[in-house]
Design a binder for this molecule. Structure first.
Ligand SMILES: Cc1cc2nc3c(=O)[nH]c(=O)nc-3n(C[C@H](O)[C@H](O)[C@H](O)COP(=O)(O)O)c2cc1C
Length: 193
């Protein structure tokens, strides 16, 4: 595709996200393409409570094994809690987020495949819920990023979480200020067996 055209599309997406003027409803493919990892946020622009409520409602309806819903979400907005969570991640950009959601799994509540190998399905469940979160946020004009490369043990201690409650994913969320990158993905022919 023409480089100029790609640049124009990027600019339009940036302006839309910046101004939060997604006035049209995105179909699922457009939403999937629009969601991207945002690593720079406008710290001074808080997220509207209605948007946060809407996003968490989308999370609540995520499926889980045996419908056990083995999750808890900590929504951090206060400065000292944001700082504590950010200290568990090595990259500075996370400090630009006005809100970080800590997605936790409770291993006492998750389904274990006892009949065969006792596999714990908590990670699968939380991944679905987190992606609901990220897609819903995108629909609302907000940026997110999955963050798993953090010190989960330190995070659990700082947030005084129970031993069985594992912080699985950090999700910084807010209005993004970087223009985003072109998505690189494998071709369909490379992923279908
Ligand atoms: C399970 C998981 C863990 C991730 N952990 C991190 C992370 O610790 N830090 C980070 O900057 N990005 C992280 N990412 C974001 C990925 O790098 C990103 O999704 C991928 O490069 C595709 O880019 P896109 O999200 O813009 O489409 C993670 C993504 C997933 C799904």
């Amino acid at each position: 595709m023409n480089v100029f055209f790609v640049q124009i599309v990027k600019e339009i997406r940036y302006i839309c996200r910046k101004e939060n003027q997604y006035s049209y409803k995105m179909d699922f493919l457009s939403l999937s393409k629009a969601r991207c990892s945002v690593r720079k946020y406008d710290f001074s622009r808080p997220i509207e409570q209605e948007k946060l409520d809407y996003i968490m409602e989308c999370v609540r309806f995520a499926p889980s094994a045996v419908n056990f819903q083995p999750w808890k979400f900590l929504i951090a907005k206060e400065k000292n809690i944001l700082e504590a969570i950010s200290s568990c991640y090595a990259n500075e950009w996370i400090k630009t987020a006005p809100c970080i959601i800590v997605a936790c799994v409770d291993h006492r509540q998750s389904w274990h495949r006892q009949r065969y190998d006792n596999k714990d399905h908590a990670d699968i469940d939380i991944a679905i819920a987190v992606e609901h979160l990220c897609l819903a946020a995108t629909e609302q004009g907000l940026g997110t990023c999955w963050v798993c490369n953090f010190d989960a043990q330190k995070c659990r201690e700082l947030l005084q979480l129970d031993e069985q409650v594992e912080p699985a994913v950090l999700i910084p969320i807010g209005y993004g200020t970087d223009p985003g990158r072109e998505k690189k993905r494998k071709e369909i022919s490379d992923i279908i067996l």
